[in-house]
Structure formats: C-alpha cells, structure tokens
Design a binder for this molecule. Sequence first.
Ligand SMILES: NC(=O)C1=CN([C@@H]2O[C@H](COP(=O)(O)OP(=O)(O)OC[C@H]3O[C@@H](n4cnc5c(N)ncnc54)[C@H](OP(=O)(O)O)[C@@H]3O)[C@@H](O)[C@H]2O)C=CC1
Ligand SMILES: O=C1O[C@H](COP(=O)(O)O)[C@@H](O)[C@H](O)[C@H]1O
Length: 577
Amino acid sequence: MGMQLRLNPCSSSSAATSPSTLHNGAPYFCKKFNFLPFRTQPINWVSGIYSRIQPRKHFEVFSSNGFPLNAVSVQDEQVPLTELGSGETTVSITVIGASGDLAKKKIFPALFALFYEDCLPENFVVFGYSRTKLSDEELRNMISTTLTCRIDKRENCDAKMEHFLERCFYHSGQYNSEDDFAELDYKLKEKEGCRVSNRLFYLSIPPNIFVDVVRCASLKASSTSGWTRVIVEKPFGRDLESSSELTRCLKKYLTEEQIFRIDHYLGKELVENLSVLRFSNLVFEPLWSRNYIRNVQFIFSEDFGTEGRGGYFDHYGIIRDIMQNHLLQILALFAMEPPVSLDAEDIRNEKVKVLRSMRPLQLEDIVLGQYKGHSKGAKSYPAYTDDPTVPNGSITPTFSAAALFIDNARWDGVPFLMKAGKALHTKRAEIRVQFRHVPGNLYKRNFGTDMDKATNELVLRLQPDEAIYLKINNKVPGLGMRLDRSDLNLLYKAKYRGEIPDAYERLLLDAIEGERRLFIRSDELDAAWALFTPLLKELEEKKIAPELYPYGSRGPVGAHYLAAKHNVRWGDLSGDD
Ligand SMILES: NC(=O)C1=CN([C@@H]2O[C@H](COP(=O)(O)OP(=O)(O)OC[C@H]3O[C@@H](n4cnc5c(N)ncnc54)[C@H](OP(=O)(O)O)[C@@H]3O)[C@@H](O)[C@H]2O)C=CC1
Ligand SMILES: O=C1O[C@H](COP(=O)(O)O)[C@@H](O)[C@H](O)[C@H]1O
C-alpha cells in the first residue's frame, strides 16, 4: 500500500468527524467494581471503601488497585460534546490481528463490555488492523456476532452495541509496512481530531511478527501528543534466550513502561482476590508459611483438546502454554512476601524476588502426558496427533505435572505442585492449600489413622463457578461425637450479584489507565524462564516421550507417583473435592 501525501487532519475540516460526536450522552459511571452483596442498599466503591452512592459530578476511573487514575482525562457529563476543546484527550485502541481468533473471541467483546459499563473514556475509537481486506462495515459485521450483553439481556443492549460499532473502524495492511502504519496513523488522526491522542496497540498476532509491528507502529503511528502503549500477547519467546531477545528488540522501539505483557490469568477475579484474602484477613497471613502449610497445588484442566490451535500448540506444549506463565504467575503472587504497597513496582519486585528464590526444575520433578484417542459408546474422541495441524509422531506434552520448591525462609521444603492438561475429564482452574495436621489432635481417633483426611484445605476455585472454600473438621450434630469434613463455602454466585468481568476487560482497562500491576515486567519474565529453560532443553534434547492418557480421563498415572514422592495427594482427586 503506497503512502500518499495527506494534510494533517487536525488542520482540516475532517476533525469534525471526531468520534466523540457518536457518544450516546449517558452519564459515565464505570461499574467495574460494583459487586453488591445481596440484601444491601446500592453502594459505591470509592478508593477501596464502600460508601453510599452520592451523586457524582465527575466520572472517576478506578484502576484495579482501587485508586483513581489520572492517565485518561474524562468529561464532566454535563458538557455538551460539541464544546469539547482541543485540549481534550482521546484514546485509540488498535487491535493488530483483528481478523484472528483471540480478537474476535476476547478482545472486541471485552472492549464492548467496557463500553457497556461506561468504563471507556468519552472520546475513544477502536481500530482493527490485519492483512485481510475488510471495510469498516465488514469489520463491524464480523465482530457484532461475538458481542453479547452478558448480563441477562440488559436494557439498551442493542442501542449500546450500535453506538459501540459506530466507533469501530478497520485498516488493512501488512505487518512490516511502515507505509501501511503511516496510513493507519492518518486515519487515527482523522478520528482523534485536535485532541491529545493516547494510543493503545494490542498485538493479537503470532509472535514472529511482534517486532515488525512494534517497529512500524512506533515509527509511524505513535502518538505525538499523548501516550503510546503496546499490549503484547504471549508467548514471550520459547525459552530464556528467545524471550530476552524479544525484549531486547521490543526495547529498541519502546520503553519498558510502554510494554504491557499480558497474562490473562492475572486478570481473573479470584487471582485478584488472592492478595486481598491473604493481606487483609488476619486469619490467613500468619499461617502462610512452611510452619502451617504442607503443600500448595495449582491445577489447570480443560475438557477439550487443542481444537484448531494444534499448529501453535505443538511448537510450545503445555509447560510453555500454561505452566511457565499462568500457573507460575499465580504461584508468585501466592508465595511473595508482603509488598511495601499496592504500587505496581512494589508488587512486581516481590514477585521477582520469590521467582528468583525458586529451584530450576529437574527432570525428576516432572511428568509428561499426551492425550490419545478412544471411543466410548457411539462417541469417539480424537488423539492429539489426529489434529491435522499437529505433525505425525509429535511428542509434545498436552499434560504435565511438576513439583517446584522455593528455597527461602518462608517456604523451605514445601512442595508447590502444578498440574496442567488438555482433554481431561473436567474444566477447572484452582489453587489448593493443604495445611499441616493439628499436633496431638485430640480427635484423631474419630478419623481413624488417615491424618490426610483430617487436615484443613483452602481452595480458591478460579473457574468455573468462582468460589473460596475451607475444608474443616466439624462435629456431626447429635449426642455422639462423630466428626466429618465440612466446607466453609463462599460461592460467588450465591453471595454476589453482578456478573464477574472477563479477565480481558480488567486488563484492557488497566492498560488504558496505565496501571501496570497485572502486567509482567521483563525481569519477572527472565526469572520465570530461568526456572523452566534448562528442563525444556533437556526434554527436547533427550526427546522424552510423554505418557499417553485417554481423552477425557484424569491424566497419566505418573502424576500420582510424583505427588506421592513428595508425600502429597492431589486435592482435586481426593473424592471430597
Ligand atoms: N486464541 C487464543 O485463545 C489465545 C491466543 N493467544 C495469543 O494471542 C495471539 C493471537 O492469537 P490468535 O488470534 O489465536 O492468532 P491467529 O492465528 O488467529 O492470528 C491472528 C491474525 O494474525 C494474522 N496471522 C496469522 N498467522 C500469520 C502469519 N504466519 N504471518 C502473518 N500474519 C499472520 C492473521 O490475520 P491476517 O491474515 O488477516 O493478517 C490472523 O487473523 C497469539 O500470539 C496467541 O499466541 C494467547 C492466549 C489465548
Ligand atoms: O493462554 C491460554 O489460555 C487458554 C485457557 O484460558 P481460560 O481463560 O479459558 O482458562 C488455553 O486454552 C490456551 O491453550 C492458552 O494458550
């Protein structure tokens, strides 16, 4: 696409087509944190404290650490849009790879959900960018099929969708063409008018083109008046070297502050709650160490296979796809020391420290599996290698279990077990904390000799059906003295009304607001890769074959042996999970 000489739209009349004229005029009130416990009056979340709703003159944006942010200027709802001055700001969000799976499945719907909740700033536009030739209208048609008013068909949904789609535009271009990005820049300026422009690029593309896009975008489509930020999707390399190289190349064009490495697990509600649970409840933090915790388990399972993503997956495998990022990030949050504050740098400093205290994985710490096909009645389930995008004879693991250790004073000797697999019997993600037994437990007899059964277990179920429950021993009511296992159960859907936002909503909003706490810093990434890289290399060099497990099963039996070696029983398979 050739670059044409164009006038600066700011000096032309095209500024009149600015996106703000499309705004529906509804008062802004971002409901991001309004999870109302049942039976309470309307309340408002202000700087982390519930208070009664007061009519507010100004819209305040709250980042996920609960503090209002000033990164995006927003309008007094009373100001007529036509009176907006040139000093006002805009946010332009460009989804690179807009024709792809993630963009359709997650990014556009998350942006719409933010718009629906009035969480996007007054002046915003969304641009799709990819090579596929599409008109604005075709992009709108494409994404409209994936937008939903999640919250039981709420009022004005169709109208809101229309308003949102009117703010969506498309530009087709190559990923390595500076000219095409200059064209995009022109179109962005046209929409931004003379306002201060803030630009967010979301790289929803395969990693081999990350650097090309960042080069072209930063050279030709950066904001010249406001901020420019780039959300980078995983995978961030395949190992320590390739990840460091990617970081080095990105930093030729961007500062670390501009790079938002996304791990969508950090945007999940229960992962957000992990630190709240731990640091704001006296009953947990004092127990959070080797003195009381016997082991911790991080479990991810999906009840479907690679389904269409086999080409990507075969190059990475389950360790890189889930363990090195999602599960390790949660582990770091779980095990870090209390941060000095909720500031992004303070939290990320603590995560780095704990990651650096961990022992790199050894071959004996790991079990690998791969699902095989089988038939059950009339139904047959494919093997991983039946996926046409997977090479014949692939030994890429679709399941792995691992034992990790943190060599610091708090966690010395405590096994941190991870388990991740595709095509298993269920879909779930959870953290399980198994506590030590009560010394000299007076009631031991009432449980027989199996001390495992009598210990407490705290479960944070990330998905599905978000919940926090604590397994306790309880007296069965009656005249006798019989104990059983009971749960103190906080099931979110029973306790809170309101839909839980998708992880991508939280993370996109944070990126717009410049809140970095839930994004991964480059030294965190290095520390994470340092733990897994030697093992991954050894697995590949020695061509270690995975143990086969049937599609829809509980995974390979080797996972039980690994746990048993560390005197652990998987909590999700205990029968009373
Ligand atoms: N899909 C998912 O569930 C998840 C994806 N991710 C990550 O997000 C990113 C995007 O994922 P996803 O949408 O699934 O990816 P896709 O494979 O769907 O690719 C996105 C777009 O990039 C373009 N593209 C694809 N392959 C190439 C290529 N070889 N060279 C140049 N352009 C290409 C295509 O657009 P066009 O041809 O129109 O230019 C495509 O529509 C990836 O980094 C992925 O690892 C992370 C978590 C989950
Ligand atoms: O990053 C990834 O995550 C998904 C699972 O995400 P979830 O939010 O649906 O639990 C996984 O399917 C995919 O393989 C992986 O790349």
